[in-house]
Unconditional design. Structure first.
Length: 95
């Protein structure tokens, strides 16, 4: 089986199941800290709760407020950069 066919098969397995994709992402030690923001047409409170229980960092139903989204992306990336710097400083040998 070609790699592209395997990838398509994998994507089909997770179609319409973002919680499964998110669990796989969080389980990967290289990608587990990647911020995830759901952009969705589902705006009911139960949908939001389900998204946060799945592990998303933020949730935006349509219509998306792009100024709010951009500020939250910046905040998520800033937190990620600070966490990476802290990990590097902690892992560095003392001089």
């Amino acid at each position: 089986m070609k790699a592209s066919a395997a990838l398509a098969l994998n994507a089909g397995t997770f179609a319409w199941k973002p919680d499964l994709i998110l669990r796989k992402l969080r389980a990967d030690e290289r990608l587990g800290g990647t911020p995830v923001i759901f952009l969705t047409a589902k705006g009911m409170t139960a949908d939001r709760i389900e998204g946060f229980q799945a592990g998303c960092d933020d949730y935006h139903p349509k219509p998306v407020d792009f100024s709010k989204l951009l500020s939250q992306i910046s905040a998520a990336l800033g937190e990620t950069a600070q966490a990476s710097e802290a990990t590097v400083k902690t892992a560095s040998p003392a001089r």
